[in-house]
Design a binder for this molecule. Structure first.
Ligand code: SAM
Length: 198
């Protein structure tokens, strides 16, 4: 991440925004279960909030230094930090009740790699498990902010189809000043689609 991220993503103001304006709203009424996977925790603003909502939080971070800082901070807590790519998770199928990725998909260089990360989240979710996420919308100022860094914002109108194609159901996508999404891995007991009128 570039200097802009080092300044903003580590600030108390960013943590307050992410926790109060995004996470609290996104998770309202949701059951995150006992075991959650966080993808791309960075400096840990979401990690710090989420760890109080679940019994066990696993956070997978590709940046070695960021992962080391978080591992040191959360040593001996209910948070496990893994240094690696969320596109290739070393967890068996159906390991987690919930998964989350916040402000990180636009840091993934290609749509194919973003899809691989979402597919891995689907694979490791238990049936009935939920994926939640948020990301910034494309803008000139966001592009400038990412000078010298990866900038590949998610196109919200394509996200529904992408999540559906990966197998997610009960998908909610909200587009405001950012995009947020909730998507479930179907459970066997979920109602089959009702017959459609012809
Ligand atoms: C802008 S930061 C967001 C941090 C935090 N989620 C937040 O919202 O404050 C994006 C993070 O995603 C991480 N990241 C990017 N690609 C990743 C991947 N394939 N697997 C895991 N982490 C990744 C980056 O290293 C960076 O720490």
């Amino acid at each position: 991440m570039n200097e802009n991220h080092a300044r903003v993503c580590t600030s108390p103001e960013w943590a307050e925004h992410l926790q109060n304006d995004i996470l609290a709203v996104l998770t309202s009424g949701l059951d995150l279960g006992k075991e959650m996977l966080e993808i791309g925790p960075g400096p840990g603003a979401a990690t710090e909030w989420l760890r109080h909502k679940v019994a066990r939080l696993v956070a997978v971070e590709i940046d070695e230094d960021a992962a080391a800082r978080l591992a040191s901070r959360y040593s001996g807590t209910n948070v496990e930090i893994v240094n690696g790519s969320a596109a290739d998770l070393g967890y068996p199928d159906e390991s987690f009740d919930s998964a989350g990725c916040f402000t990180m998909l636009h840091h993934v260089p290609t749509v194919a790699l973003q899809n691989k990360i979402l597919a891995e989240a689907f694979r490791v979710l238990r049936p009935g498990g939920v994926l939640i996420g948020s990301d910034s919308l494309a803008s000139n100022s966001l592009k400038d902010f990412h000078e010298g860094d990866t900038y590949n914002p998610v196109e919200p109108s394509s996200l529904l189809l992408r999540l559906q194609t990966l197998g997610f159901g009960k998908i909610t996508i909200t587009v405001d000043y950012s995009v947020t999404f909730i998507a479930y891995k179907p459970a066997p007991e979920d109602e089959p689609c009702p017959p459609t009128a012809t």
